[in-house]
Ligand binder design. Structure first.
Ligand code: MRU
Length: 343
């Protein structure tokens, strides 16, 4: 998508330097910083530190990082680099699909160019899937007053380009509709406040930020026409792992008869995991709840403590059972509750 008139992807191959380039998402919305690295370890750390995040972007970053590792340290590709990238984050299955794909290609002992092309093809396929999924989603969202609620960031930053949940919103806007988005701030890392609100603003889509706890109340008042979220992993039975707070949203949506849509490319589907209970849920540092960071009035970046000195509980994801989901939308089409009942 465009930032200040220039087209960017969240992560891409940097041909000039033979490295990987990404946007450091921790710095947004205050600073737009592109990082370029020729070091595969730096790429793995970028995933761990959530400089890049969001399931499809994590997968594409690992693909590029592995191509880089192949170009520099082929002897340790299988013994070191594949396990290194697989260990960066546990929940988004796209990471493992990307690693599997690069592993399979490496088995043929290709030249470096072929491995870079493989990573590029992986990322391009994600972008094409997002675009196609957005068309299906836009058709579903083109109802009522188009007041759409979203959680976390399932935008282009999270998905290389276009986004998953936002792809439908951007396509509605491009068709001349006027979607309005309620953006959940998404405690504790504030991906909604920092990233989704910024993205929507950059693309000229009207939105308002709200506390996570406001969502159910807005539904109760009849001020939400649909909810769209992304996913980190969808089990074979349709259970959806996504950012913590998604399950509560789905329950409230059911209570208030608001359609609850999940948008995800095929790379987020995990046929090998039968149900949500088997999805590994990442538990993150207490610090994310106890502290916050941002810029002060002088533009100086500061971290402050916002909580008492206590232990914290910080599951990063939750699982929404498929029976709470109105439809899952991918590039292949729409998977609805009634279809699942028939199978
Ligand atoms: O911890 P994060 O920021 O990587 O979590 C991201 C999410 O939960 C997104 O909703 C999900 O990856 C969908 S991305 C299109």
């Amino acid at each position: 998508m465009r930032v200040n008139g220039r087209h960017y992807r969240a992560v891409q191959w940097h041909a000039d330097s033979g490295g990987v380039a990404w946007i450091d998402q921790r710095q947004l919305p205050h600073r737009f910083v592109e990082v370029v690295s020729q070091n595969p370890e730096t790429v793995a750390v970028a995933i761990e530190q959530m400089q890049v995040r969001g399931a499809p972007t994590i997968g594409a970053t690992a693909a590029y990082g592995l191509a880089l590792a192949w170009s520099q340290d082929r002897a340790r590709f299988f013994s070191h680099w594949l396990p290194r990238f697989r260990a960066t984050r546990p929940t988004a299955v796209n990471l493992f699909h990307a690693c599997d794909q690069l592993q399979q290609h490496a088995g043929d002992d290709p030249d470096v160019r072929t491995m870079i092309d493989c990573a590029q093809a992986y990322a391009d396929a994600e972008v094409a899937a997002n675009r196609a999924m957005g068309e299906h989603l836009a058709a579903l969202l083109a109802v009522g007053e188009r007041r759409i609620l979203t959680h976390c960031n399932a935008g282009w930053l999270a998905a290389v380009d276009w986004g998953t949940a936002t792809s439908g919103i951007y396509q509605l806007a491009a068709a001349g509709e006027l979607p309005f988005v309620w953006v959940d701030e998404t405690r504790p890392r504030m991906q909604g406040a920092r990233l989704t609100a910024w993205e929507l603003q950059q693309q000229g889509v009207d939105c308002a930020l709200q506390a996570d706890g406001a969502a159910a109340w807005m539904m109760a008042q009849g001020r939400v026409d649909a909810i769209v979220v992304g996913a980190d992993r969808i089990a074979a039975n349709g259970d959806v792992a996504n950012k913590i707070g998604t399950y509560a949203l789905a329950l409230a949506a059911q209570a208030h008869n608001v359609p609850f849509y999940v948008a995800a490319p095929s790379s987020t589907f995990d046929a090998a995991t039968s149900c949500g209970a088997d999805i590994p849920i990442e538990s993150r540092d207490d610090d994310e709840l106890l502290h916050m960071d941002g810029v002060d009035a002088d533009g100086v970046h500061r971290e402050i403590q916002v909580a008492a000195d206590v232990d914290a509980n910080n599951p990063a994801f939750d699982v929404t059972p498929f029976h709470c989901v109105t439809a899952i939308v991918s590039e292949q089409g729409i998977w609805q509750q009634e279809q699942a009942d028939e199978t």
